[in-house]
Design a protein around this ligand. Structure first.
Ligand code: M6R
Length: 612
């Protein structure tokens, strides 16, 4: 949450920062701002609303400076407004700071500062931390870096901060704990950002700053230190990402582009790993830790949101194919409810961003208790990827649209390969089924292309139901988590209230909602639950509900019963979620579009939830 950008070097900082903020806008977009430094004078401009509004508001103003910091905000403390937007300036006006994260003990620190005569212009925890740093600097008559170090030792919470001072015209001081920070290494210049997207067009050499590290960044020098003031060696990583991957490539929205990228992103995920011809699945992270999986008494899956839905599908997969008990936990609950964790317990963490605060902290505490953490992560080099003992990247490429689409199917592809590999090694599936499921998985990219080749019917359905006030999504077996995901997508993108339910559970309550106005989406592909779901459709039709079905091409029963149908190719039920979710992604996209909403940046949301 919140995107941060910084630049120090020979070029004008503002255009670099502005472009970077636009790339990071998916992380939060309720306000934005920049601080620029030239001639020992700080200039701070900030504006409520999207980055474009900041851009308009600074036309004609002094934007000169070869050092600067910028921020796009997802509000935590204080409503979205000009005065709560970052950067904040210290009371003396000498320091400017941006912050991603939450300072949990800020009220205590604020009271102390107020008793010393400090006044605050905003409601933010950030302004408190900044003045705390300034107060320490003044009282100890020390360097800014030292004051920051002392302040951070008092701070409880998460932060990535960038700090500039008008008495140091070239240096950005940065620090991180729990919120991401990447530093791009240029020739005589440095770029700082929450992720690599603002950096990629300038350099591919980056340093991922670790928790509890402070970076002193000058145009031609990068010094990393820990909070004990000991120098750390920066570890330079080469980015494996192209600029085109983070641009819209001719699509109107990132979400649509990312839905359409799925044949390729899944192909990339399977490439070199899934080898049906030789009957092998090459996954080093599993191979090297096979004993931990085979002998696990249970597997706990920890995730949030869409990634949690992928986890639910993994529960069905792993229990069926590997016969290992699986529990799927919301990270935010798991971390606080004092769960029983034994040494050697296997925890699978699923996260697109690899930065979700709830997931990250849940894993940290599980790791401390001796659990083995396996990360299924999309963002390379992210915090969760680095914390994991082993893992498998989803290789879905950058996902910019706030609604997760291709990252979800990438997670499913990885989890399916894992379950197949472990099940085969454990001999809980026979070779025939193992090979058949591998071939089915290999066929997924082509089958998704078939769905994407004909989206007109889904567009029509979206337009027909766009004004509904509620939706129900129902599915059974592997398609139940798909129903949950369909409901989440619709809520996020169209702001229509939607609930996902196991189809059979509907008669224990939600059926009371059904009337002629309620669209009920059935994920009703041909699987072992098919006859049962046919009965559930009849139960809805008998109560005059409108049925929209995701059905299998060639099915002649469900399409005859439903009011509207979205067809998907036939595939084994274990693999089916990879296909059945695609029409639901498109449905929510088109409903949002017909309602005139900003599908890439839905209100109140942020792509990467780096606060609790
Ligand atoms: O980056 P993560 O996968 O850890 O994010 C988890 C959720 O915040 C995320 O899936 C969220 O639910 C998406 N907006 C869903 O589209």
């Amino acid at each position: 949450m919140c995107g941060i950008v910084g630049y120090t070097g020979p070029r004008e900082a503002y255009p670099i920062i502005l472009k970077g903020l636009k790339r990071l806008e998916y992380r939060g977009y309720d306000s934005s701002g920049v601080a620029l430094l030239s001639n020992n004078k700080l200039k701070v401009y900030k504006k409520k609303g999207k980055v474009a509004e900041l851009e308009d508001s600074v036309i004609g103003l002094d934007l000169q400076g070869t050092i600067g910091i910028g921020h796009t905000r997802w509000a935590t403390h204080g409503e979205p407004s000009d005065r709560n937007a970052h950067p904040h300036q210290s009371q003396s006006g000498e320091l400017a700071m941006i912050h991603n994260g939450i300072i949990e003990n800020y009220t205590q620190i604020k009271k102390e500062l107020e008793s010393k005569g400090y006044h605050f212009k905003s409601d933010t925890d950030t302004e408190v931390l900044l003045n705390f740093i300034e107060d320490i600097k003044i009282n100890n008559n020390c360097a800014l870096e030292e004051a920051l170090r002392i302040a951070l030792k008092r701070v409880v919470g998460a932060y990535c901060i960038l700090l500039i001072s008008n008495d140091d015209p070239t240096t950005i001081i940065a620090a991180r704990k729990g919120s991401p920070l990447v530093i791009g290494i240029g020739k005589g210049e440095h770029f700082l950002a929450s992720d690599a997207s603002p950096i990629i067009e300038y350099t591919k050499e980056v340093v991922y700053v670790n928790d509890y590290e402070i970076a002193i960044v000058k145009p031609d020098e990068l010094i990393l230190k820990n909070l004990g003031n000991e120098k750390q060696t920066p570890f330079i990583t080469k980015l494996d990402m192209e600029l085109a991957a983070i641009e819209k490539g001719g699509y109107d929205h990132f979400m649509l582009k990312e839905i359409h990228e799925q044949p390729n992103s899944i192909f990339d995920c399977l490439r070199g790993r899934l080898l049906p011809q030789s009957g092998q699945i090459m996954m080093g992270g599993i191979e090297n830790n096979m004993d931990a999986f085979i002998h696990a008494n249970r597997i706990v899956i920890v995730a949030c949101g869409t990634s949690w839905h992928a986890g639910l599908i993994a529960e069905y997969l792993i229990e069926e194919l590997c016969r290992i008990p699986v529990e799927v936990e919301y990270a935010s609950e798991f971390r606080y409810r004092n769960p029983v964790i034994h040494k050697g317990d296997v925890i699978i963490a699923i996260s697109q961003s690899g930065e979700t605060a709830d997931t990250l902290v849940a894993l940290e505490s599980a790791k401390e208790k001796g659990a083995f953490i396996f990360g299924v992560v999309n963002a390379v080099g992210s915090s969760i990827a680095r914390l994991s003992n082993a893992g498998a990247y989803t290789h879905s490429g950058p996902e910019i649209g706030v609604a997760s689409t291709k990252a979800f199917t990438g997670q499913l592809a990885v989890l399916m390969m894992m379950a197949l590999k472990i099940g085969f090694a454990k001999k809980t599936i026979d070779e025939k089924r193992y090979l058949q499921l591998m071939r089915d998985l290999e066929s997924v990219p082509e089958k998704i292309k078939e769905i994407l080749a004909n989206t007109k019917e889904i567009e029509r359905i979206a337009e027909k139901y766009k004004d509904a006030s509620d939706f129900l999504f129902l599915g059974r077996g592997y398609n139940f988590p798909v129903a949950l995901e369909g409901a989440l997508k619709l809520k996020e993108i169209s702001y229509i209230h939607a609930e996902g339910y196991p189809a059979a559970e509907m008669k224990h309550g939600p059926i009371a909602l059904v009337d002629e106005k309620l669209p009920v989406v059935f994920v009703a592909t041909k699987d072992s639950y098919y006859q049962k779901i046919v009965s559930n459709v009849q139960e809805i039709k008998a109560r005059k509900g409108k049925v929209i079905a995701v059905a299998t091409i060639g099915d002649d029963i469900i399409p005859g019963m439903a009011d509207d149908v979205m067809l998907v190719p036939d595939i084994d039920e274990v693999i089916a979620p990879l296909l059945s979710v695609v029409p639901l992604q498109l449905l929510s996209y088109y409903v949002g579009l017909y309602k005139g909403l900003d599908v890439d940046k839905p209100r109140n949301l942020a792509k990467s939830v780096t606060v609790e």
